[in-house]
Design a protein around this ligand. Structure first.
Ligand code: ZN
Ligand code: ZN
Length: 308
């Protein structure tokens, strides 16, 4: 079990030659989840080459054009990639999602598949299983309109311990069920999975937070994630005034948030178009979070379970 992650772009506000708008693709057990779809996202998706038809879910953080204006075109492309009526697409986003998407679909009215809408309040208690045990959690950020932060979690089952099953004289054909966490009845005895499973094991987690000020709630929301992908609109610490005004973050603020949440890795994205060379400001983040990585097109990684 693993999660592949790829950045499709790193731009905020508008796409630039050589810089697609900020967007993320996640792949788990063959199903893909796309977060945000600005102008040009489908071009970057095609370049990446992971396919387009197998996008199971599209998450939208908020209804600013740089995060959603590419949607009608992508929905049409998914329709043209051989997707059928039995393969519905789930869309997740803030309240009002269905209304916004239906308006955008004036220019893409005919799709061969159905869209299932899941509107989230961002109160912090909502969760949704995306596919094959990949769990989504949602938290409201602090932007000038409702904007959702997303966290993904994958649990890891405890290890099956055959020597304990043998010692208990549980016949082989019952092992699978116990491994899956189901109790079994053998003759007159009932065996619980805990009798043959090891201690709980740490799973995988990652978070995508964009277009927001750093908040205490977000620091809690991203706690201990293996990978934290965060907006960092402004490089120069002096632009903090602009960041506060426009409800974004500086490199330093993104690094502080990552560090407050004890994230294990940090990627920055959503650079302002006024920032042609984000690398020049890397040290603003690195003094706080030394291993920070500046996002770039198609930067990708695979999160895997680590054996303790
Ligand atoms: Zn934006
Ligand atoms: Zn925005």
């Amino acid at each position: 079990m693993m999660i592949d992650v790829a950045l499709l772009g790193t731009g905020g506000t508008l796409p630039l030659p050589g810089r697609f708008l900020s967007s993320l693709l996640i792949r788990h057990s063959g199903v893909m989840t796309l977060i945000d779809c600005g102008e040009g996202t489908q071009v970057s998706l095609r370049e990446l080459g992971w396919g387009i038809k197998d996008i199971g879910t599209i998450l939208i953080t908020h209804f600013h054009a740089d995060h959603i204006s590419g949607l009608p075109g992508l929905l049409l492309t998914i329709g043209n990639s051989g997707r059928t009526a039995n393969e519905p697409l789930t869309m997740v986003g803030p309240r009002g999602l269905q209304r916004v998407v239906e308006h955008l679909r004036v220019i893409a009215p005919h799709l061969p598949y159905q869209i299932i809408f899941r509107e989230m309040t961002g109160r912090g208690d909502e969760q949704l299983e995306l596919n094959h045990g990949l769990r989504l959690k949602v938290q409201m950020g602090d932007h000038d309109i409702a904007c959702l932060a997303y966290r993904f979690e994958l649990d890891r089952a405890p290890q099956f311990q055959p020597e304990r099953a043998k010692a208990l004289e549980i016949p082989l054909q019952f092992w699978k069920s116990l491994q899956r966490g189901e109790p079994v009845i053998v003759g007159e005895k009932t065996f619980q999975p805990e009798q043959v499973l090891g201690p709980p094991r740490v799973g995988l987690s990652m978070a995508f937070v964009t277009d927001t000020r750093p908040t205490e709630k977000l620091a809690q929301f991203i706690e201990d994630v293996d990978l934290f992908i965060c907006e960092a609109s402004y490089g120069d610490p002096e632009d903090r005034v602009k960041a506060i005004e426009n409800k974004h973050m500086t490199f330093g603020e993104a690094a502080m948030l990552a560090s407050a949440g004890r994230a294990k890795q940090l990627w920055l994205t959503h650079f302002s178009p006024a920032l042609p060379f984000p690398d020049r400001y890397r040290k603003e983040a690195a003094v706080i979070f030394p291993t920070v990585v500046l996002g770039e097109k198609h930067l990708n990684t695979t999160l895997k379970f680590i054996d303790a």
